[in-house]
Design a protein around this ligand. Structure first.
Ligand code: SF4
Ligand code: SF4
Length: 228
């Protein structure tokens, strides 16, 4: 067990069980949505912008912040909190999450953390898991027991994991070809291809973008790898 601030972190396997229940009945309902550092994957953004019925460009401008990795120059995107003074998610309401059906992977996964690594030779994915116990989270005070793999399935994580694992191809090529910072113009092109899907699809004259998320992202990742 590792401690991080007041939190406790335990490694566990995909078959291990843990006690957890979250929902409007818990006394801490919405607590975790009020203290936010939320990274968004390209797949998260495809799901969220569709849920909200807006283009990827409007979604990015309205709800996110772009950052460039300080050592890699790779663009990353976080959800922009509702205001500068509080780190509240823009989608939380008194009744819960207003984008629940398409909430990001990290919201689905909590209180589990999943780390994935891709074998360069075989492309096989190796997964490791951690359980995070934070003092504010009352979800552990329950008799309900669930395995990590069942949790991922019930939380609808399988397409998220598949798309995010596919993304690991980019990181491997980036490390080989550009071990340092990316040039800014390349970082901008990669940002558009990964996160601004409608703009990228328009530029590529790709009509498959809207309905075929995984295939579209796979093609966008291939494009990024070709840029590197
Ligand atoms: S997207 Fe939904 S579940 Fe995730 S932090 Fe925001 S309100 Fe909470
Ligand atoms: S703090 Fe834990 S139990 Fe409470 S709403 Fe968030 S995930 Fe659910």
């Amino acid at each position: 067990m590792t401690t991080m601030d007041e939190s406790e972190i335990y490694p566990l396997s995909a078959h291990a069980h843990f006690h957890f229940r979250c929902g409007p009945e818990v006394s801490c309902f919405n607590a975790c949505c009020g203290n936010l550092t939320q990274y968004l994957s390209p797949y998260d953004i495809l799901r969220l912008k569709k849920n909200l019925g807006v283009s990827s460009s409007v979604f990015l401008a309205s709800y996110t912040q772009r950052h460039d990795g300080p050592r890699s120059g790779l663009p990353v995107v976080t959800l922009r909190p509702r205001s500068e003074s509080e780190a509240t998610c823009p989608f939380v309401t008194p009744r819960g999450c207003r984008v629940y059906e398409d909430r990001p992977a990290s919201c689905r996964m909590y209180p589990i953390m999943r780390m994935a690594a891709r074998d360069r030779e075989t492309g096989n994915i190796r997964e490791e898991f951690m359980l995070i116990r934070e003092p504010h989270c009352r979800g552990f005070s329950t008799d309900r027991k669930v395995s990590v793999s069942a949790w991922m399935e019930e939380q609808g994580l399988l397409p998220y994991n598949a798309a995010n694992d596919d993304f690991l191809r980019i990181l491997a090529v980036k490390r080989d070809k550009y071990p340092g910072m990316l040039p800014t113009d390349m970082s901008d092109r990669i940002y558009t291809a990964l996160y601004d899907s409608d703009r990228f699809a328009g530029a590529m004259k790709n009509t498959a973008s809207a309905e075929e998320d995984e295939a579209f992202l796979h093609a966008a990742y291939d494009y990024v790898i070709g840029c590197l």
